[in-house]
Write a protein of this length. Sequence first.
Length: 367
Amino acid sequence: MQKVYRVGVIGRTGKGDYGHGLDTAWLDEPKTTIVAVADEDKVGLAAAAKRCGVEKTYLDYRQMLDEQKPDIVAICSRWIDKHFEMAMAAAERGIHIYMEKPFVPTLAEADKLVSACHRQHVRLGIGHPTRYSPRLKTIQEMIAGGKIGQLLELRGRGKEDRRGGGEDLWVLGTHVMDMLLAIGGQPLWCSAEVLQEGTPVTKVDVYAGNEGIGPLAGDQVRAMYGMPDGVTAYFASTRNTNSSPSRYGLQIFGSRGVIELLEGTMPSVKFLGDGSWSPGRSGTMWQDVSTAGIGEAEPLQGKPYQARHLLAIRELISAIEENRDSIGGIESARAGVEMIMAVFESHRQGGPVSLPLENRRHPLSML
């Protein structure tokens, strides 16, 4: 008989709410059933319970974990200041975790969570839908098969709206960092600078970031990462320079062509078979890429490929059942935070820093 996993949902009305639909995502998965919802806000709790179709509600998420003993907890809030304590409460009870991005605000917290999850054999997934996209696998196969020749560099940018700079690095950059990890592997070093109106930020520029991010600074971020095999990766974001269509996403450059990857469950993927990277000179046209190949119609249709979290949820369940780490799981989540912190640490030190970082404190608190 198929096991049905009992899910407890944690939200924070007014403080990141229930993220990008993390509360109701479980309703589309036959292997899961929502058993209870926790939220310190009574009005928000009642609304979430109605959306999720449950009667059991709690103002204290710890009480929910103790009484309901769910198999999986969904940590839904976009605000991350409570992510660590919520995830740690689940991990210490041996409860598997699916959580909204970004992961946690500091490397010290990430280290503690990694240790707790490994110790308790807890699997963790995080809301980076591109990581679970079948089109990402297609890109990886194209690169491995030499479609763009030798991989040379990776270029990522945030949304560059009003949050451009340091906030963009955290809120949207977490997706781009995860793409960089999936394509390029673990970075070896980072060299970066953080600017405010063209001037390197100092202690006086640091403020408490939105959405519980913690210390934050800068309206412009420029970062370079040294990746394995001599590949160089870049991330940049400048406030209020966004465009339509957006630059948000990742471009993958090789000696024979370019692949463009946007963010999402079935994101736009385009291929340019041009080693000059200049279609204006070569006359080469960009081509759409599907899981069936370049220029082919997409054969994968239906709810799993339209929903933001369903493929990630299914990967988490597979990891639980197969007793293995989840793809894009806790190690990748920590690595993404490390890449973000490396930007601030390189700025603090005024030069390149090696990864993993020796400093596990927040660099902006040390300026």
